[in-house]
Structures are given as C-alpha cells and as structure tokens.
Design a protein. Structure first.
Length: 283
C-alpha cells in the first residue's frame, strides 16, 4: 500500500510541477521599446553597408587578395554583414532572374564573385555608384523563442549592364532577413537571407519603375580609371541571359556554372571608403 501511495504521490507531483517548470523555462520576451528601435536602426544600417560593399566590389579594379579580404570580412568576425558564409542570396545578377520563381540560390562567396565577373558599369557611369538600394521599409521586430529577427523590404536597381550580352536591368522588389542577438550591452544584427519579395508578404508593392531623376556623380580623389575586363581563370560556360518580353513565356531558370576563381589584376587605390568592419587588416 505504501508503495502505491508513493507512486501516486510521485505522479501527482510530476503532473503538477512539470508544466510549471516547463513554463518557467520558456524564454521571456524581454525586448523593450528601446531594444526594438535599436535593432531596427541596426538592420537599416546593415542593408546600407551591404549596398556599399556591392558598389565597392564593382567601382574599382581590385586585386584578388583585396577581393578575398572583403568577402571574408563580410561573413566572419564580430562586425560581419552575413550570419554565415552559407547565407542564401537569391541571384539577381543575371537579368533573367527576376522573381523568386526565376532565380538561383547562391552562397555569399559565389554571389559576390559573380557580381565582380558579370556586372559592369557603362563608360558614362565611371564616377557613379550604379547599385542603388532605396525605399527601405522595415517590419516590426519579432521574437520566437530565443530567435529575434527583422525583415527590411527595399527596391534594388542595378544601373550597369550584364557583361555576357550587355543587357540592362530593371528595378526589383527585394527583401533582406536578419537575426539579432544581444552582445554585452549592445545588439548585433546579421543577414540570414537576401531574396525577392513574395506575393502576400504583408508589405505594400514597391514601385519598381526606373527612376527619372539624374544620377549624382561621386567626387573622385584620383583620375578616372576605366575598370579593366578580367580574364577568367578558366573558360566560362555561363549561358547568356534571356531578356524577358511582356508577351513571351516565363524564362527558364538558369543553372549557374560561373567560375569562382578570380584573376590577378593591378591594384588601384579606391576612392570609396569602407566601414571599419570591412577594411582589410594591416599586417
């Protein structure tokens, strides 16, 4: 009898206490309004830093070591932009990739390398930043368990051209997803996905018409230098992009076979400054 009583007491105690313990172990939503405002500000700053990184990679002829240092700094270290090197970036470098249904998932190194190899400015754009992010709109900070995340919608416009066939680009509605984490007394925000906006994501449709205002030239501190064409380490079999016409059927998704090796090129001093987090450390 005493044994049955002990079993009954154990089960009763477990049934009452276990839910209480489970509830007490649930992470509390401790985000203050100041936290949310800070995360929002950092997310917008991260997106602007990404825009600056893309322009830096195509604005000046960089050596292979400089490119490697920039890419490595963008996905490692305390001040990295991307959460990991495996962060998914939906390709928009090929003009045929225009939506989430017509794109290709790339990792950080491949996306940034492809940008250098296949995107170029026109001669008239030598002193301009030709990759423009605008109309940035962030969503409220959300928390699910230990995960804190935020999304920022924006319009992306590549004003240069696609090297394989000199095609121009149209603006696209894009979204960047980021996670936030508390580090000491401050917040850090990292990009976990860059992609096309899906229908019904809860944001107003962005105006993706071509801007009519003229481009503002960037003040250069050195004579204008035309970016040399890079010789590829091995012949590329990257297929030409298909220009989608209004009456034509949807373009077929292109499978990338772009090279990932970069050629050596003459180092030219850049007139564009990078945030301290992306500068190559001095030896």
């Amino acid at each position: 009898m005493s044994r049955l009583l002990l079993v009954w007491l154990y089960l009763s105690f477990s049934g009452v206490v276990s839910p209480v313990l489970a509830q007490s172990q649930q992470p509390e939503s401790s985000l203050t309004e100041h936290d949310k405002q800070t995360i929002n500000a950092f997310a917008l700053r991260r997106l602007k830093q990404l825009n600056q990184l893309l322009n830096t990679l195509v604005d000046d002829p960089l050596s292979e070591s400089e490119v490697d240092a920039l890419i490595q700094a963008s996905c490692s270290g305390q001040s990295r932009l991307f959460d990991t090197a495996e962060t998914v970036l939906e390709d928009d470098i090929d003009p045929a990739h225009t939506s989430i249904d017509k794109t290709e998932d790339l990792q950080v190194n491949e996306y940034l390398t492809n940008l250098i190899l296949y995107y170029t400015k026109r001669r008239s754009q030598i002193n301009q930043s030709t990759i423009v992010f605008s109309d940035m709109k962030s969503t409220p900070v959300q928390q699910a368990g230990d995960s804190i995340f935020i999304r920022v919608f924006f319009k992306s416009y590549f004003k240069g051209e696609y090297k394989p066939n000199a095609l121009s680009y149209l603006p696209h509605a894009r979204v960047v997803e980021m996670r936030a984490e508390k580090q000491s007394d401050n917040w850090a925000v990292y990009i976990t996905r860059l992609g096309f906006v899906q229908s019904g994501e809860g944001m107003d449709v962005l105006d993706t018409s071509r801007p009519e205002e003229p481009d503002k030239p960037i003040t250069s501190t050195h004579p204008s230098v035309s970016k040399p064409e890079r010789s590829l380490a091995r012949p590329t079999v990257h297929p030409p992009a298909v220009q989608v016409k209004p009456d034509s059927p949807p373009a077929k998704v292109v499978t990338s076979s772009m090279p990932t090796e970069l050629p050596n090129s003459k180092k030219v001093k850049s007139s564009h400054s990078l945030p301290d987090s992306l500068k190559k450390p001095k030896p």
